[in-house]
Ligand binder design. Structure first.
Ligand code: UGA
Length: 446
């Protein structure tokens, strides 16, 4: 199938690479010419496990290409995925100007039937606007179908998630669109592709559920899913506060709660809160959508508030252990909002660093992948080549991201290098008993 991907951010690039991998011919377009130049040179603008390999392999086979001109991508393609950004406005609403602009462009350059699919996360009822835009700005003789096909991939495991989804969700009223999308995703639905992640995938006899709803419901499922997951995290973070006040242990409590199948064990890890470009912005956008429908979504506002308070709590924990923060050297281990990505957007580490700077602390930092991105936007930090360099002379270390590298540190060496062996484990990656045995001052979450 001939496919165009408009917008090569995290979503577009992973979608394009994976669809080429399962056998389609994919042209990716972006108005950011530097990004396209990079991709045409064979460089990958983001770090995402397995993505590099997929890009190389599929560009070499000719199934995947990149271009700057939207007409070049759309004209030969039957299916067009809109994967442009929907960043937050000051009001909290999603900025849909790129979605509108791209819809107009698709309408302008199309000279044959197109199935236009919104993959970007958008507020409910956006599909209706896309449909209207295509009708108004497109030629009267050209037929368009519109579908919503939200993605549920996580950064850091996006290739894996794309190829092994829990479900494929399609929102459309068109029979033709439904049939095209079923065919497009057939290798994934029936698990018939050479898996770049596993080699041979663990066998599963069952097809991936392919769910078809109307467009509004599909759009709502996406926002509701992210909001629910964010709520789960804030819930467990609130429980971790109660654990601290009562002497209970959050790891045991999470485990005990999560064994109930109705609740599930995932997204019950307490810590310094959720970040990234999805949860914070989608939560905000969903609260605004509800507001516009006349519903005050107080539950989600509280989810947001609990998350914001995590940062203040980290600073308070540091202060109650170290007393005066001014002039003290604090090391940050982990800048990315989660492991296996170089994405620092809305990362809790950034806000923690900002607050430490406000207090007059001296900040050193290390991250296995996210240093370049942080360095450009966040000056006034000593960026170190490894965790040991961060520990040298530090009076405290704050673990902000649970990279495996930090789980396997030579803690004896870390302790010797530190001026004062205080560790604030914001992701609960160490065992309290062992840390105390080794002579650390150890503070964790819950
Ligand atoms: C999230 C969703 O998980 C994906 O399903 C969705 O497709 C994506 O948003 C999106 O809308 O594009 P992502 O933001 O990549 O994916 O990362 P998550 O793994 O969901 O983690 C989000 C944040 O929650 C991270 O900061 C992570 O550290 C935090 N988190 C996660 C916790 O604090 N505790 C947990 O138990 C789980």
């Amino acid at each position: 199938m001939d496919i165009a991907i408009i917008g090569v951010g995290y979503v577009g690039l992973v979608t394009g690479a994976c669809l080429a991998e399962i056998g389609h011919t994919v042209i990716c377009q972006d108005s950011d010419e530097l990004k396209i130049d990079m991709l045409q040179r064979g460089e990958t603008p983001i770090y995402e496990p397995h993505l590099d390999d997929l890009l190389q392999k599929n560009t070499a086979s000719g199934r995947l290409s990149f271009c700057k001109d939207i007409e070049e991508a759309v004209k030969p393609s039957e299916v067009v995925f809109i994967c442009v950004g929907t960043p937050p406005l000051d009001t909290g609403d999603a900025d849909l100007s790129a979605v509108e602009m791209v819809s107009k462009e698709i309408a302008r350059v199309s000279d044959s039937y197109k199935l236009v699919i919104e993959k970007s996360t958008v507020p409910v009822q956006t599909g209706g606007w896309v449909e209207k835009t295509l009708r108004i700005y497109g030629s009267k003789d050209i037929e368009f179908d519109v579908a919503s096909n939200p993605e549920f991939t996580r950064e850091g495991s996006a290739v894996y998630d794309f190829l092994h989804p829990d479900r494929i969700l399609i929102g459309t009223q068109s029979e033709r669109a439904r049939a095209i999308l079923r065919e497009l995703y057939a290798p994934i639905i029936h698990r018939r592709f050479n898996c770049p992640v596993h080699g041979a995938c663990p066998q599963s006899a069952e097809d991936v559920p392919f769910i078809v709803t109307d467009i509004n419901s599909a759009e709502l499922i996406k926002h509701a899913s992210n909001s629910f997951l964010a709520a789960k995290i804030s819930f467990i973070n609130a429980i971790s506060d109660i654990c601290e006040k009562t002497g209970a242990n959050i790891k045991d409590v999470s485990y005990g709660i999560g064994l109930d199948k109705r609740i599930g064990k995932d997204f019950l890890y307490a810590g310094i809160g959720f970040g990234g470009f999805c949860f914070p912005k989608d939560l905000q956008a969903f609260i605004r959508i509800a507001e516009k429908c006349g519903y005050d979504f107080k539950l989600l506002k509280e989810v947001q508030q609990i998350n914001d308070d995590r940062i203040t709590q980290v600073i308070e924990k540091a202060r109650s252990a170290l007393w005066i923060l001014k002039g003290k050297t604090i090391g940050i281990l982990g800048l990315a909002f989660k492991p296996n990505t170089d994405d620092i957007r809305f990362a809790p580490s950034l806000e923690i660093i900002k607050r430490l700077h406000d207090e007059g602390a001296i900040v050193k930092a290390y991250d296995p992948k996210a240093m370049e991105k942080t360095r450009t936007g966040l000056p006034g930090i000593e960026y170190c080549k490894d965790p040991y360099e961060v520990a040298r002379g530090a009076e405290g270390l704050v673990i902000c991201t649970e990279w495996d590298e930090f789980r396997n540190l030579d803690l004896e060496r870390i302790k010797k290098l530190m001026k004062r062996p205080f560790i604030l484990d914001g992701r609960n990656i160490y065992d309290r008993g062992k840390m105390l045995e080794w002579g650390f001052e150890y503070v964790s979450i819950g």
